[in-house]
Write a protein that binds this ligand. Sequence first.
Ligand SMILES: *Cc1c(COP(=O)(O)O)cnc(C)c1O
Length: 393
Amino acid sequence: MNTKELDAEYVLPTYARTDIEFVKGKNATLWDKEGRKYIDFTSGIAVVSVGHGNERLSNALCEQAKKIIHISNLYYIEPQARAAQKLVETSGYDMKCFFGNSGAEANEGAIKIARKYGEVDGEIKRYKIITLKHSFHGRTITTVKATGQEKMHNYFGPFPDGFVYAENIDAIESLVDDHTVGVMIELVQGEGGVEPLEKTKVQQLAKRLKERDVLLIVDEVQTGVYRTGEFLASNLYEIEPDIITLAKGVGGGVPVGVVMTSKKDVFTAGDHGSTFGGNYLSSTAVCEVMDILNEAKEKGELERTIKYFDAALETFYEENSHIFTKKVGIGMMAGLRCRDAETLSQVINESRAAGVMVLKAGRNTLRLLPPLTISKKEIDEGFEALRSAVAGL
Ligand SMILES: *Cc1c(COP(=O)(O)O)cnc(C)c1O
């Protein structure tokens, strides 16, 4: 049986897969089984932050794998401690980290910290968490419920209580009551349509929440690790969240989820845990990814790449204003609002045929999340392919 047949026979059908099988990658370029070449404007959904086949990352992982891959959190783990130091120092926040394995798990951890904080601090038990409509926070029972999209709550109930959805950022404050312990937001909604929140509104909200001792949880699973040009979108927005979650880009493709918090004393031994979280292999990935990207940031490479990509996107947008109605996003988390959902699916199909991989977000947004290390040549090739993809539309 070939891969497609094996998948059909043995893998649960939770994904409507595109019929391509990749076998090799180099930075933002991928090759499929037939030897066809593609430019990757997706990074495996914001994951492959340092590109495919990154030599520094793969060497670090190979070296570590030959020594110890896993030993459990019952012992001290040097790369985990170093990864935490790098994340905290780069963030500029006075925080500590917990390591898990995915974005949903990181958000679960964040919610647990908030819930415990609301339980032990003050007289009435505070447990409610406000999230936004069109948000996305994960696929576990709790994070599905935290996600403010009704269509995701069709099955799987009963859900945990205590999630309240705000129509938009302006509506959050009026929903805070005596039982509210936290507000969880993405600063740029990824799945919701690459929609950045307004900076002044976020700063205002952060200030009000602090006054009321309501925790601000920023889900940076997609925006984090230099996706917006700064290490965290929270840095860019110049706010000081109480809890930040990371995942996608932080391990460069190795599964890692992180909860960072300034509430360092809420969890005590036994409150939370993870068998795999922060093991030698995944923490080594975090250390190497952080070193690579911190260097790219310091040398100005990241900024140059973002500028070049943004200019190319702007040109493409202006040439195709009959198809796209708005340019959205920040940094390397970019999008183009398409005139309608049908045209968007045509754009995506034609892009694949033309040799460039792109994503959809929300109902009608073309989403572009290239590796942060993408070369100018790859950017040019990607937009050339996009041009030929939309030529007939
Ligand atoms: C992808 C994503 C998640 C879920 O991450 P998983 O690793 O798939 O569990 C949560 N929040 C945001 C903002 C995301 O983009």
